[in-house]
Design a protein around this ligand. Sequence first.
Ligand code: CAA
Length: 293
Amino acid sequence: MANIAKTLAGRVHNVIQIAAKNPQLAPRFYSAAANLEFIKTEVTGEKKNVAVITLNRPKALNALCNGLMKELSTALDSFEKDKSIAAIVITGSEKAFAAGADIKEMQPNTYSQCIMGNFLNDWTRVARCQKPIIAAVNGYALGGGCELAMMCDIIYAGDKAKFAQPEIALGTIPGAGGTQRLTRVVGKSKAMEICLTGNMINAEEAEKMGLVSKVIPADKLVGEAVKLGEKIGSHSGLIVQLCKEAVNTAYETTLQEGLKFERRTFHATFSTEDRKEGMTAFVEKRPAKFSNL
Ligand code: CAA
């Protein structure tokens, strides 16, 4: 299994490398070349520094089967290693970002299989990515789909997006962060209502409760998410990574510990070339040229 994953990672990476070096030769989507079954990958943006991963399992509304999650992890491994990539966008189709974990695949699972196989453990790959990830959510983001979006750093929603944690109606509970990440984002009362009813909330409501940072017309969504990736990519990748780690620390620790971590990380930026360059460029009234050093 590890070998298959390695080979797939190599293929995705090679295709991306060819595309990065020869943009004029690069096909817009690389799924055929990389033998990807459940996702498509693309490198885009003016500087070709934003990766777009499109979940591509339309017949099942992008239900997150094991194969899809493996391909997603492998693509993330590849984009994380690729120095030319500054940010990653994960999106789905107009009808569905993802309709959750694959119910048909997990329906026969037993308790023992879940425990022994540590079911869903490998889904955390998205949350462990060091580069910024933007979820561009059109259509349904249900169950694991909503959880996948919440593992990303920023969520942009199309105006027809619908979010829910409907596991309760299946006789189970969210298993990839629905009860934990959602509660931290929207607070107990709203999270409790969403998880205990399984009701869908629309994009406008999701924005109001802070689950998504922006609602955008559906057909402009991915373009706007890419622009956001490009804006982030115009800064030092090194400092972006430190900043992401500092914000994420707010979810993991007490305020005092978090403030200490932030201050020490701020101090650490003073050992970087990019901090020197950023401040010198400001003083010299010129754009900064960052080197990730
Ligand atoms: N798993 C597997 N297949 C799914 C699926 C899922 N989560 N969601 C949709 N599909 C499949 C359907 O079975 C159907 O396939 P067939 O044509 O072979 O029957 C196809 O996708 C289209 O779906 P519908 O016909 O149901 O489309 P619809 O437009 O009538 O309804 C929907 C759309 C409201 C999203 C509905 O499909 C639905 O309720 N899906 C399930 C949502 C859900 O419960 N998600 C939570 C999963 S559990 C989970 O995610 C646990 C976790 O925390 C990780």
